[in-house]
Ligand binder design. Structure first.
Ligand code: ACO
Length: 409
């Protein structure tokens, strides 16, 4: 095997992307989906590993901006499009691409890299920690109700074509980005992703619909969904397939959910990606019938550990020395003094004795507030070297809202 790692040449994109599809099983994406990913792609950030002139490995990154605890929006590489051809697996091609890519991310001065994994076992060895969760639900909408707060009857709901409603939806989304860690500021073109609706992927549902929620003439929330009709011997038994729902205040949020629960001829609602602390879980009267399933979502990698740790805020005053192990990105290795509170933080190299020892992977898991250092310590993944330091750091890394990645990439 004589491999050559090069930057993707735009003319090679179709073949390169075809190889990626093949590594994922070979089912081609719908043309409109393929076209969207091509438009959003950044060829100068894509790696093309070749053997004998043929693509055998692919990897890419998007130039994202990601909200971290405290509301700062940081440059973050959205790692994606990773594949190795079945003929070339387990010979170190992924490892080579990851090494090259992380060096490039560092050169671009992006302190964070993030990804969603096809299999969670792949990326820990490269320093990524599962840092947020996503909740999927199958709600029985007949046997439970939504308890709406006062004012919900004043919310005007207007059904529009998703294309027509897009600008209003985007205005709402934009106002929410800094309020929750893990959310992505919309980069140009990415507003098209929630509208992607290839007929081949609808699984029998109708086309995407958009409902806007307005108060005094201002759009304050929206939901995008489709209806999958269904009938059985008992009558109508359709499903609402919810794509996304967002609102700027609790009254509008509840009004949207009440609407979604009440759609005629349906008896259930499915949704694949909601935050782990979604207020819906407190709006319904029977949480068990939400059939909640939780799984890990965003993997986080601190590329420049000191810079990333200093860029977020901390829920309580903190002064700890972290001894960080990071064999894959050795520039992060060693002791760092992290001090901070709700207003800001600093993180500097130190020769002082360490209070906590951990790898960069644990820092990724705790960074957005998705998992506690305490839980990681209980699993033997963080070592407390000064009594009390674990509790102090675990509380300080916590966030008042759970991190959440609003969409895949
Ligand atoms: C962000 C994203 O795009 S996620 C999408 C990832 N891509 C896919 O799932 C598509 C199908 N799979 C593939 O294309 C390949 O199997 C890949 C990309 C996952 C792995 O590529 P390879 O070139 O085989 O990996 P490589 O040989 O560099 O392995 C590096 C290490 O990871 C391990 N590893 C690789 N894949 C996996 C896996 N799926 N599960 C567990 N361990 C794995 C290897 O055993 C090796 O371990 P070691 O360091 O202890 O020796």
């Amino acid at each position: 095997m004589t491999t050559e790692l090069r930057q993707l040449r735009p003319d090679d994109w179709a073949d390169w992307y075809g190889k990626l599809e093949r590594a994922f099983g070979g089912t081609p994406e719908a043309p409109e989906e393929r076209a969207l990913w091509r438009r959003l792609g950044e060829p100068e950030r894509c790696l093309d590993m070749r053997d004998g002139g043929e693509t055998v490995g692919t990897a890419g990154a998007y130039s994202f901006r990601l909200t971290v605890p405290g509301g700062a929006v940081l440059p973050a590489a959205g790692v994606t499009l990773v594949s190795v051809q079945p003929t070339h697996r387990r010979r170190g091609i992924l490892r080579t691409m990851m090494r090259h890519q992380l060096a490039d991310i560092r050169d671009r001065r992006e302190p964070l890299a993030v990804l969603t994994a096809s299999e969670p076992a792949i990326y820990g060895r490269f320093g990524y920690g599962a840092g947020s969760e996503a909740v999927s639900m199958t709600l029985d909408t007949l046997r439970q109700s939504v308890d709406v707060p006062e004012g919900a009857d004043d919310v005007r709901l207007r059904l529009v074509d998703p294309e027509t409603g897009l600008a209003d939806c985007e205005k709402v989304y934009e106002q929410l980005v800094t309020g929750r860690p893990g959310m992505l500021a919309r980069q140009p073109g990415w507003e098209r992703l929630p509208l992607l609706d290839p007929e081949a992927d609808r699984d029998g549902a109708g086309p995407l619909l958009c409902v806007l929620a307005e108060v005094a003439g201002e759009t304050r929330g929206y939901a995008r969904y489709a209806v999958k009709a269904g009938w059985d011997s008992g009558g109508p038994d359709g499903t609402v397939v919810l794509r996304d729902v967002e609102a700027l205040d609790p009254v509008v949020y509840a009004a949207l959910w009440r609407y979604l629960f009440g759609i005629d001829l349906t008896s259930r609602l499915t949704v694949r990606n909601r935050p782990a602390d979604d207020p819906l879980l407190h709006l319904v009267d029977d949480i068990r019938r939400c059939r909640v399933m939780v799984r890990e979502s965003l993997f986080v990698r601190l590329v420049e550990a000191g810079e990333a740790l200093a860029a977020r805020t901390y829920a309580a005053p903190l002064d700890v020395v972290l001894d960080v192990a990071d064999p894959f990105c050795p520039w992060n290795e060693g002791r760092w003094r992290l001090t901070g509170d709700e207003k800001g933080a600093s993180c500097e190299r130190t020769a002082d004795p360490a209070d906590l020892a951990l790898t960069v992977r644990e820092l990724g898991a705790a960074y957005l507030g998705g998992f506690t250092l305490d839980a990681l310590a209980a699993a033997g993944r963080v070592r407390e070297l000064r009594p009390g330091a674990l509790r102090e750091a675990s509380v300080a890394f916590g966030t008042h809202r759970k991190p959440w990645l609003p969409h895949g990439f």
